[in-house]
Design a protein around this ligand. Sequence first.
Ligand code: HEM
Ligand SMILES: *[C@@H]1O[C@H](CO)[C@@H](O)[C@H](O)[C@H]1NC(C)=O
Length: 501
Amino acid sequence: MVLWSLVLGLLLVVIVGYLFLPGLLRQRRPQEPPLDKGTVPWLGHALAFRKNMFEFLKRMQAKHGEVFTVLLGGQYFHFVMDPFSFGPILKDSRRKLDFVQYAQELVLKVFGYSPMQGDNNMVHSASTKYLMGDGLEELNEVMLDSLSLVMLRPKGQSLDAGCWYEDGLFHFCYNILFKAGYLSLFGYTKDKEQDLLQAEDLFTQFRKYDLLFPRFVYSLLGPREWLEVGRLQSFFHKMLSVKHTQEKDGLSNWVAYMLQSLREQGVTPAMQDKFNFMMLWASQGNTGPTSFWALLFLLKHPEAMRAVKEEATQVLGKVRLEAEQPFPFKLSALQHTPVLDSVMEETLRLRAAPTLIRAVCKDYILKMASGKEYLFRQGDMVALFPYLSVHMDPEIHPEPTAFKYNRFLNPNGSRKVDFYKAGKKIHHYTMPWGSGVSICPGRFLALSEMKLFILLMVTYFDLELVDPGTPVPPVDPQRWGFGTTQPSHDVHFRYRLQPAQ
Ligand code: HEM
Ligand SMILES: *[C@@H]1O[C@H](CO)[C@@H](O)[C@H](O)[C@H]1NC(C)=O
C-alpha cells in the first residue's frame, strides 16, 4: 500500500512537473523577444487567446511591440508583428522553420488523416495543374453549370421568376457556394436531383462540424460534443469515400489526380476517404463566408453596388435569361473586372484573418528590417497574424475598419498594388491566403467562383435587406485566426429572380 502511494505520488509529481515546468522555469535569455507567460502555469495566456485572439494580440502588441513570446497551453509562440520582417520567415532559405510538422499534427487531429512525406508538394502540384491557368478555365465551366443548377434549381422545382424569397444572407451564400463547389470538385451522378439532395445533406452536416471547429481545435469540447464530432467525421468519411467518388462522373481532375497519387504511394482507401474530407474542408470552408461579407458590404454601400453593376453590364452586355436554361455568361468576363476585384480584395482585407505558423526546428536568429536580431529557441513556434499587423494597420490602409470598395483601384481604374508604410513600399499589403510555402493553392479558383456567384447575383437578381438599417454584424470572436471569419449572427434579406424577357 505504502509503496503504491509512494509510486503514485511520484508519478503525479513527474506529470505535474512535466506540465508546469515550461511555464515556471523558462526565463528570457539575452537576444530573445520579450517573454510573457501570463499568470496561469502551463496554460499561460491560452484562455484569453481562445476567447478573442484579435483583442489579445492587440493588447500584447501595445505592451511589447514588434516581437514578443507568449505561452499558450505549454507551447511558446513568437509573434512577429512587423510586416517588413516577414520575408525571412516566409522564405526561410536556411530551412530552420518548418510548416509541415505543425500542419500534420493539426490535420491528424481534425481530419484523422496521417499525411505522407511529400503530400504538401503533391497537393500544390495538383493545384498548379488544375486550379490555375488552363485547368482553371475548364473548372470554371463546370462551376458555372453547377451554380446554374443550384441557384435556378432543377426542372420541375425551379425558382419562380418575379417572386420574392426570404433567407438569411449568410446561410444563403454558404449553402450555394458549398453545394456548387462540392459538386464541381467531387462530381455528379446520373441523377442531378438526387445529387442536389445529397449536397444539401452534406452542407447541413458540414455546418455542424464548422460550428464546433474552433473549440475542437482548441480541445475545448464537452463529452457530448466529442461524440458528435466523431459521428460527423465518420459521416464525412463515408459520404466522401473513394468507393462513392469512383462511381461518379466528372470527378474533377484536381481530386482525381491527388487520389491517384495517394494510390500509387500505397495509401489505404480508408486514409484516402479522410484525405477527401480534408480537401472538402479546405475547399468549401471559406468561399461561402467570404461571398456573404462581400454581398453584405455591397448591400450596405449603394455606391459600391452601382459600380459593380455598371461594370457587370459593361463586361457582360445586356444578357437575357431564358427559362429553364443555365445562366448565359461569358466566362472571359472574369478577366476584366477591376472594380469587383477591388471589392473582393477589400472584403478579404476586412474579414480574412488566417494565422501563419512555423515550427522552429533549430535555434533561429531573425534579422528584423530594423537590423535588430532576435533569437527563437528550437521547439518553439513562430506565428504571424497579418490581420492585425497588416490589414488593420492605419498607415498601410487609412481608416482600416471602413469598407472602401475602390481601395484597391488606381485613379485610372487599374488594380492598385502600391501600398506604403513609413514611406517604404510594402510587399505583403494583404495576406488573406497565407504566404510562402503554405500559400492557399486554391486562391484563383476561390476568386473566380466567388466573383462568378456575385456577378450572377447582381445581374440576374433583385436583392434587398429586409431591414435596410441593420448594421453589419460583428465577427464571431472565436473565429479569429481560422481563415475567413463568420458573423456573430445572420442578416435577413430578400431576393427575386428577374423574369426571363
Ligand atoms: C475565400 C476562400 C479561401 C481562403 C480565404 C483560403 C485561405 C487559405 C489559407 C489561409 C490557407 C493556409 C495557409 C497557411 O497555412 O499558411 C489555405 C490552405 C489551403 N487551401 Fe485555401 N482558401 C480559400 C479557398 C480555397 C479553395 C476554393 C480551395 C480548393 C479548391 C482551397 C484549397 C486549399 C488547400 C488544399 C490548402 C492547404 C494547402 C497546403 O496543404 O499547403 N482553398 N487556404
Ligand atoms: C494607371 O495608374 C497607375 C498608377 O497610378 C500606373 O502604374 C499605371 O501604369 C496606369 N495605367 C494606365 C493604363 O494608364
